[in-house]
Design a protein around this ligand. Structure first.
Ligand code: 4NP
Length: 163
């Protein structure tokens, strides 16, 4: 019998820079591995400031240059319902961690919320830096961090889910 797909949600502050590239790159690696039907992949922001907007043009351009298209995504705000319905919620920094866990009703919900960089054995810090107020180099840097992290996260989940 087919198992339900694993529901994974990436979360940052605005849902226009870091979590969209995480959603796009995780989907890219999942599809490359032929595992597209095993995951439901989404992203959201702890704020609703950019709800309905596409990802930041600088993040779209950085991704496009490396062969990944994220322009079809639209920002949405994280909801309390996400804490109940997602299997794993992967957040970009400690502020996101606190704000997302605050929405959980119980320890089980809170324990679904983890830092993105916790899966990367080569990580030189525990946060994905916010590139919004920086220059294009910051977006490339975020792309590299997120690409490595998504590969490590997928390897971790393949072991855990035995797929
Ligand atoms: P994100 O980046 O959380 O990676 O989407 C930001 C986007 C927008 C803002 C801050 C961070 N903002 O202040 O509007």
């Amino acid at each position: 019998m087919a198992r339900d797909p694993f529901r994974i949600l990436f979360v940052c502050l605005g849902n226009i820079c870091r979590s969209p590239i995480a959603e796009g790159l995780f989907r890219h690696h999942v599809e490359a591995a032929g595992l597209g039907d095993r995951f439901v992949i989404d992203s959201a922001g702890t704020s609703g400031w950019h709800t309905g907007k596409p990802p930041d043009e600088r993040m779209c351009r950085t991704a496009r240059e490396r062969g990944v298209d994220i322009t079809g995504q639209r920002a949405r705000e994280l909801t309390r319902d996400d804490l109940a319905t997602q299997d794993l919620i992967v957040v970009m920094d400690r502020q996101n961690l606190a704000n997302t866990r605050r929405l959980a009703d119980d320890d089980e919900g809170a324990s679904k919320v983890v830092l993105f960089r916790s899966f990367d054995p080569e990580a030189d810090g525990d946060e994905v830096p916010d590139p919004y107020y920086g220059d294009m180099d910051g977006f490339s840097h975020v792309y590299d961090i997120v690409d490595r992290g998504c590969r490590a996260l997928l390897a971790h989940l393949r072991r855990q889910l035995e797929i």
